[in-house]
Ligand binder design. Structure first.
Ligand code: GLU
Length: 489
């Protein structure tokens, strides 16, 4: 059997990270078994579905590199097929026309609710209370239609819905790939509606027909759908279709264990892109969020596609930990190819002002040595601030302090040495510093701070020799000269 998985988002909003994780698990499971990963846009809820949301979901999936193996199936395009299956079920006797109107059903529920409340009243005999509760229980129980065994319509053109004839009795069992064996008694399953009075299919029917038609072998989805599985399996059985394997993923909670909300980082996937996370960083984090393999923390995509299995999925809800996401992302920033990282970094650099060609070239040259200076691209772009500072540099408080008249005098002397360098490189600059210190008896602690202050204005920067190398001779000497001039004023 060739594995086929699918991700089936409803385009009613952005792709949040829970959805992204579901997509990722489906993707990895398909790759692991050399199968196919499919995408279905469940857009049958016309009121809540929007083309913008569909586009946003596709954009997020493409950013994450979770490309489906076939073009996406739009569920709304399959409605005729869904209705055809419902009719086939009626013909087989596994579904039936039900003439109970929506109003009657509502009245039944209201009566059940009223009896349930009445049973709480004071002064009832135990027998009356028990009778009320029993009635309420029946009225509020999953609906079994009086037409489930057939019968004449109340009028020749009476409106009807098509309902599934739910299993008569016994336990319904799902062997879930994550949750293990889950049982529900047949009495908990209703004769669910397959086609509404206007002939349109319901979501529950559409999902099953589409999964069957797409050849889906493994349904991996959020555990908020576990209960639906018990209503969906009877539809497969009613059509004599193979029932796929199911695996229901525990929810993602906030770091405090509460339901995930915006406050915890329940942001749309593409917001993580804007915050400067790399797709592979977010994916590697999402993989570990709810799945494990020994105590390994970071997996490349290659490793993940070799190792991913349902057995490694945790049963307990996972907790979103943004700090850990940062650590994982930092790892992937360091591991990223320099040219690619540079291209990804450009928009983040441009967000804080134009990037001239000289600065662009300096950033590119410094990038390999600067990669460990940010857990996100936003932070990494910020780490280049010293390089982008415009002459004469604005000085932070500590930089001003380092540029005392004594400090500037040392700078002046040292800049004379720098000017003499025939070769401008980190190595030759570093050597010049050592020679200068030996000759003058000054320590690095005496020349370093004024030099750093003049070159960076107090902004964070790595070692001074490479910093001067990246800035280049003119910019370096210019920055030093600015401070000498300033002191002389
Ligand atoms: N469309 C459903 C959702 O977005 C998923 C249905 C499924 O995976 O079966 O929650």
């Amino acid at each position: 059997m060739r594995v086929v998985t699918r991700f089936a988002p409803s385009p009613t909003g952005m792709l949040h990270i829970g959805g992204a994780r579901t997509a990722l698990f489906n993707y990895l499971f398909a790759k692991r078994y050399a199968g196919r990963f499919l995408l279905r846009i469940e857009d049958t809820d016309h009121e809540r579905s929007t083309p913008e949301a569909t586009a946003a979901i596709l954009d997020a999936m493409s950013w994450l590199g979770l490309e489906p193996d076939e073009s996406p199936v739009m569920q709304s395009a399959q409605v005729d097929r869904h209705a055809e299956v419902a009719r086939a079920m009626v013909a087989r006797g596994t579904a039936f026309r039900c003439y109970v109107s929506a109003e009657d059903l509502q009245a039944r529920r209201d009566l059940g609710e009223a009896k349930r409340l009445a049973a709480r009243e004071d002064g009832l005999s135990e027998a009356d209370r028990a009778a009320l509760l029993e009635d309420a229980g029946k009225l509020l129980a999953p609906f079994r239609s009086p037409w489930r065994n057939g019968g004449e319509p109340p009028a020749p053109d009476a409106p009807f819905v098509v309902r599934l004839r739910a299993p008569d009795g016994g336990d319904q069992i799902v062997e879930d790939g994550v949750q293990g064996i889950v049982k529900v008694h047949a009495s908990e399953i209703d004769d669910l509606v397959l086609l509404r009075t206007d002939g349109t299919p319901t979501y529950m029917l559409a999902v099953v027909v589409d999964d069957h038609d797409m050849g889906v072998t493994h349904v991996i989805r959020g555990d908020d759908h576990l209960r639906n599985t018990f209503r969906q399996i009877p539809i497969y059985r009613a059509m004599d279709w193979d029932v796929p394997e199911f695996a229901h993923l525990p929810m993602i909670h906030g770091n405090d264990g509460a339901k995930l909300s915006k406050r915890h980082g329940a942001l749309s996937t593409t917001v993580y892109r804007d915050l400067g996370y790399l797709p592979e960083g977010l994916k590697a984090y999402l993989l570990r969020l709810g799945w494990s393999h020994g105590d390994q923390e970071i997996f490349t995509e290659d490793e993940a596609t070799k190792l991913f299995d349902l057995g490694g999925i945790n049963k307990a809800p996972a907790r979103l930990d943004l700090e850990k996401l940062g650590t994982v992302n930092a790892h992937f920033i360091r591991a990223a190819d320099d040219d690619r990282l540079f291209a990804l970094l450009i928009p983040f650099l441009e967000a804080s002002g134009d990037l001239d060609d000289a600065t662009r070239a300096r950033v590119r040259r410094a990038l390999p040595a600067m990669k460990d200076r940010g857990v996100t691209l936003v932070e990494l772009a910020g780490a280049f601030a010293f390089m982008r500072a415009v002459r004469p540099l604005e000085l932070a408080k500590n930089a001003k302090k380092a540029l005392s008249s004594e400090g500037v005098a040392r700078l002046q002397a040292f800049s004379g040495e720098l000017r003499k360098l025939s070769e401008w490189s980190a190595a030759s600059i570093s050597e010049a510093i050592t020679t200068y210190c030996t000759a003058t008896g000054l320590s690095m602690g005496q020349i370093g701070p004024p030099l750093r202050a003049a070159l960076t204005g107090g902004l964070p920067a790595p070692d001074l020799a490479p910093v001067m190398d990246w800035l280049g001779r003119d910019e370096t000497l210019g920055r030093i000269e600015d401070q000498i001039q300033k002191c002389a004023e």
